[in-house]
Design a binder for this molecule. Structure first.
Ligand code: ADP
Length: 340
């Protein structure tokens, strides 16, 4: 997945580069800076001394010493002074410059903390939005795996209004409606297919029962197998054509990496995970009904017994197809994220 929001200690992330929210001296400090220097060891400080500091919004790169990555990219975030003093532009520049250095040094993966959102006081939700916006923009023409690492989830919040709206949507829908679910499944399968299944599962069933006759019609079973329905991969490619978008626009919008998309493209029987199938439904801006149809091709359904599914449903019914906003909401509700 090209952009992932994870909850972790950034010093534990195994990737090509981690980004340090440093101060302009680059000589170490508190928060994530202190944690990175402590885990990297003295060699990092000695190399930083030679760099002669760094300006707000800029970035410099060093080795990673004892850290499980190759590089540390040091950037200096702005101090929050109410939001009218160029803080946003400076923070955007931190992400742009950090990503640029990562690309110039052939990094395939890079992890960012929420720069400026600690001691420097940038409101966390706004800091996250800047991070997501700039990283998303960068990923349009770069293949890289980028992590945003959230350390203290307790203080992490998506917009309060959105959070409350989703929470009440979940409350309204989060019911044990297995009955509904089975009915939907039955409707989707179509009666004759269910009977066919019944005949296979329960060979003792009376063939003389007229209602069950189709179940024992082996001719029709063979026909059905021969005329197997359109697969997930075929439906996906058809829908991409129908929407008139390119493959790459689709997998990028789905937050799915190119390799996985090629696999799906090359194998008509490819079985994606539910998160991947849903990510494509979001990228294609499918309605709820079309989403169910695509999911079914991969053997899945949406259920009101699952918070994850209800959150997805919330976004689809509100026609919000921004996968990164959806992932922020899923993260806030402790759910798995969409994508590959
Ligand atoms: P700044 O001075 O740029 O605000 P801080 O280090 O004070 O930098 O905080 C930046 C963000 O990093 C905060 O959201 C803080 O919770 C987070 N943070 C602190 N320690 C770690 C860590 N070990 N891994 C990842 N993030 C961390």
């Amino acid at each position: 997945m090209p952009l992932q929001i994870v909850r972790n200690d950034i010093t534990k992330i195994k990737c090509d580069a981690i980004v340090n929210a440093a101060n302009s001296s680059l000589l170490g400090g508190g928060g994530v800076d202190g944690a990175i220097h402590k885990a990297a060891g003295k060699g990092l400080l000695l190399e930083c001394i030679k760099l002669g500091g760094c300006k707000v919004g800029q970035a410099k790169i060093t080795g990673a010493y004892k850290l499980p990555c190759r590089y540390v990219i040091h950037t200096v975030g702005p101090k929050w002074k109410g939001g009218e003093n160029g803080e946003k532009e400076a923070l955007e520049s931190c992400y742009r410059e950090g990503l640029k250095l990562a690309a110039e040094n052939d990094c395939e993966s890079v992890a960012f903390p929420l720069i400026s959102s600690g001691v420097y006081g940038y409101p966390k939700a706004r800091a996250l939005k800047v991070a997501v916006d700039i990283i998303t923009e960068f990923l349009i023409d770069h293949d890289m795996l980028v992590y945003i690492v959230i350390f203290d989830k307790d203080s992490f919040e998506i917009g309060e209004k959105l959070f409350n709206n989703i929470a009440s949507y979940i409350d309204n829908k989060y019911v044990d409606d297995n009955f509904e679910f089975n009915r939907t499944w039955a409707d989707n399968m179509g009666e004759s297919k269910i009977l066919t299944t019944a005949a296979i599962l329960y060979p003792g069933i009376e063939k003389s029962d007229e209602a069950l006759a189709p179940a024992f019609d082996t001719g029709s079973l063979k026909d059905e197998v021969d005329n197997i329905d359109e697969s997930f991969s075929q439906m996906l490619l058809r829908k991409i054509d129908e929407k008139g978008i390119t493959d790459s626009a689709c997998y990028k919008k789905a937050n799915v990496d190119r390799k996985l998309f090629s696999k799906i493209r090359g194998d008509i029987y490819y079985h994606p995970s539910k998160a991947t199938a849903l990510a494509f439904a979001i990228a294609l801006e499918l309605s709820l009904e079309e989403t169910e149809e695509l999911l079914l091709k991969a053997g899945f359904a949406l259920s009101h017994s699952s918070k994850f599914d209800i959150i997805i449903e919330y976004f689809i019914t509100h026609k919000n197809y921004n996968i990164f906003e959806i992932n922020e909401a899923l993260f806030a509700f402790d759910q798995a994220l969409l994508g590959s």
